[in-house]
Design a protein around this ligand. Structure first.
Ligand code: FES
Length: 154
């Protein structure tokens, strides 16, 4: 069930959008901000609130890769794998992250601390390789910097 706060935020935003369909992504992002991901139950609640079908919402969520439809860890690390980061060694960064966290890309650590996901360009190409954790950008990643960054998240 949507929380009162989630419902309030969505209803407030509705006034900014021309119709409820246009609110699909924003409403799922609001739920995700509160819960980390968008469950089937949340999708059903949003469907009732917005008067849209669950299938339509799910279709949007599938297409828009920033909507997470599976549970995630306490922190979500998004590792850029686009061209500049690839040139600057994002594969090395990925390997070190996977090894330090003990999870493959796309996975969640056994202790639920991190989910590690790939993402397209984060807009920090001049300081590649880069990743984003819980909305905070971390740039110029090398072996030492990766460990320093990870240590900031419990
Ligand atoms: S390619 Fe990675 S931040 Fe742009």
């Amino acid at each position: 069930m949507l929380s009162g706060e989630e419902r309030r935020e969505i209803e407030m935003k509705l006034t900014d959008y021309p119709n409820k369909q246009a609110m699909s992504i924003e409403s799922m992002l609001i739920v995700q901000r509160h819960r980390g991901w968008v469950s089937d139950e949340s999708l059903r609640d949003l469907s009732e609130l917005l008067g849209l079908s669950v299938a339509d919402l799910d279709g949007v969520a599938t297409f828009y890769n920033l909507i997470r439809r599976k549970p995630v860890g306490r922190h979500v690390a998004l590792l850029c794998d686009s061209v500049s980061c690839w040139i600057m060694g994002c594969e090395r960064v990925r390997d070190q992250l996977c090894s330090s966290l003990g999870t493959p890309l796309g996975g969640t650590t056994a202790d639920g601390r991190f989910t590690l996901l790939p993402i397209v360009c984060l807009g920090a190409c001049d300081r590649a390789p880069a990743m984003m954790i819980d909305g905070k950008l971390h740039e110029d990643l090398d072996e030492q910097r990766i460990e320093e960054v990870l240590a900031q998240y419990e």
